[in-house]
Design a protein around this ligand. Sequence first.
Ligand code: PRX
Length: 639
Amino acid sequence: MSKLKLINSLENYQSAYQHSIKNPESFWDEIAQSFTWQKPYSQVLRWNFETPSIEWFYDGELNITENCLDRHLASKGDQIAFVFEPNDPKSEGKSYTYKALHQAVQNMAQVLLNQGVQKGDRVCIYMGMVPELAIALLACARIGAIHSVIFGGFSAQAISDRLIDASAEFIITQDGAFRGNKTIPLKPVIDEALLQCPFVKKVMVLGHANNPISMHKDRDAWLESELLAVGNAEVKPVSMQAEDPLFILYTSGSTGKPKGVVHTCGGYMVWAQYTFEQVFQYQDNELHFCTADIGWITGHSYIVYGPLLAGAKSLLFEGIPTYPEADRFWEIVDKHQVDILYTAPTAIRSLMGFGSEPFKHKSLKSLKKLGTVGEPINEEAWQWYKTQVGQNHCPIVDTWWQTETGGVLISNLAGITPERAAWATLPLPGIQPVLVNEQGQIQTEVNPETGYVHGNLCIQFPWPGMIRTTYGDHERCKNNYFATYPGLYFTGDGAYRDASGNYRITGRVDDVLNVSGHRIGTAEVENAINSHLGVVESAVVGYPHEIKGQGIYAFVICNDTLHSKVNIAQDINATITQAIGPIAKADKIQIVSGLPKTRSGKIMRRILRKIAEGELQNLGDTTTLLDPNVVDAILKDRL
Ligand code: PRX
């Protein structure tokens, strides 16, 4: 039996939650038993948050693709696994049954083997949203290679940084990707990235967009001809230790370059299926449409792994919500009779701007459940989602989680536990959140006036899907997540909790921005800006943005050599695009003559943040500044 027992009432949730807290090992053992293990585990959990060392299902062996595919063949072989909706609505879509997907994954796995990929090798995947992307992930997992997907919007520089960090010798890419009315070159970007990565042995290229590319002899191969050559391959799922890495996914932190979050085979598998089924209350035959890109964790867990583990139907959409028109999501919902729609507040806010016109001649009656993820959802957007999209009959799950958490940690369960606009509500079974103050003291008292307690959100007990390490640098993992408040995993988010235990996430409390649901480190953007020859120094902060949630505001000191000030902002954005990608471009660039610094030379970001947010009345204490006049000068030219 691959289907888990769904929580079916608030009382049932409460008893499951209590069980998971009082006896986590028996709780998870019961759930993990429903998976296919090639060798049973001997211990459910061994852990400490000091080192940190977290091992779930110790000693067990499995292959996640056997659980995603093989175990469904007998009962669901002819059922649809993936529905593919191409960018151009006039192009023909595709769908894959579990049987067809099983075969496609084996074929791709055989190609990887033929190209010399071995268990434990890192394979970088840089593709658009096509079924072959999902197949590539699964093919890696089938043979025990560690996939590291890089979002198609990242630049050559960002790719080579990641390739070097992961010492990835193999790449799967495609000539180009379709996004709206654009064709995004992918292989040419890889070629540029590889100028700095001579250690890369093989590049496999999917022909998709017909854009001109060059192929390097001996290094590059067309995927189609390789696939054709393997015919109907049979590749057995290799046996993996539960704690072997399954994938690396790079994400931004408050310092330095992006870090490679490592997820493991056993724990991630259990968490992905458990959270998918419970949060969305997935019922057989429902079609799940998660609009994220597989280049981010949401796509990994809720387009590919979660749904396939659950034997579900998952829709994979290549395009964007506004192409060819702003009714594209609704068009897709009606065309494929989507049951569950899972998207981001930024998409909801941008679609809200088109009013009710895109809903003309749309039914949306098939929708049963809605979900949101990636950033706090404002009440107005929540209400619009509820009434306009869900037509008041669909529960909305507000799912809070992170790349590091592997899957949802705090959310209502669709139609089962109460929903509340802008509140993620209750922790999933197994999740033990605490709120701490700056000194790390756990805050328990609810303020009688507000009805809430506020603090930095930490988790005090491990869950199966949590980060195990940052690739190649365990110390970094410890310092980033486990050192701020010893004994706790620190999320980087702030939150409120009410007396009933519901959480409302307020957003990052560190120097990480959330721009259109994309996580961007201010340090990364500053490094990019500072690499511009006309720049002396910069400071980057976030400010509220109507559509994006947060916008990027850069304060930049220029030298007056190379550039005229007219073009410098454009030029700086071109530098950011080159170093990171267009997603990190600054919305506002203010050229300043100085930055507010303390006497010890530290930039006072608190002041800059207030200026960017337009909170000019109360800038706080500026007396400790080296030169308080700097603030007046910045205020005068504020954008
Ligand atoms: O600040 C939180 C915000 O997104 C961050 C995690 O970003 P990332 O690792 O890119 O993963 C995004 C998809 C899971 C969190 O630290 N965040 C995510 N979901 C929510 C959220 N903030 C408020 N409400 C949410 N539902």
